[in-house]
Design a protein around this ligand. Sequence first.
Ligand code: THU
Length: 140
Amino acid sequence: MGKIKKSIDTQDLLKEAFKAREAAHAPYSRFKVGAALLCDDGSVFTGCNVENASYGLTVCAERVTVFKAVSEGRKKFAALAVVADTPEPVQPCGACLQVLAEFSPKMDLMLIMGGRKGKLKSCRLNQLLPGAFRLKRGRH
Ligand code: THU
């Protein structure tokens, strides 16, 4: 795959996601996930899943990553890489897709999914979430 933007290519972003995965806190599922988000200004934010003894409080790697970026003033994203040690590339969950949709009005965010042995898949957000929930102030 070619360059995505500003000299960060797919392989670099995946590498960042795999590095971030090492910090995953997943003592309950033992399923470690890492993510890396490329912002339109060229900056990259990373994250991992953070589980909790009260299971429902667990936050996926993708959401941790988006929230890190947004809390640092970024809201425009070009691509998200997400990786796990799975035979097939890992697919973001529906909740994370909805959170990503919030910051991708055209649903064109590039998603790069990675698994074991360099297995790769990529698509745009609208392919995984054809219809996101939208709330327009004063219009419902
Ligand atoms: N998980 C993620 O971090 N991202 C995904 O896309 C799927 C699931 C995490 C949540 C939980 O810590 C573990 O994987 C098992 O569900």
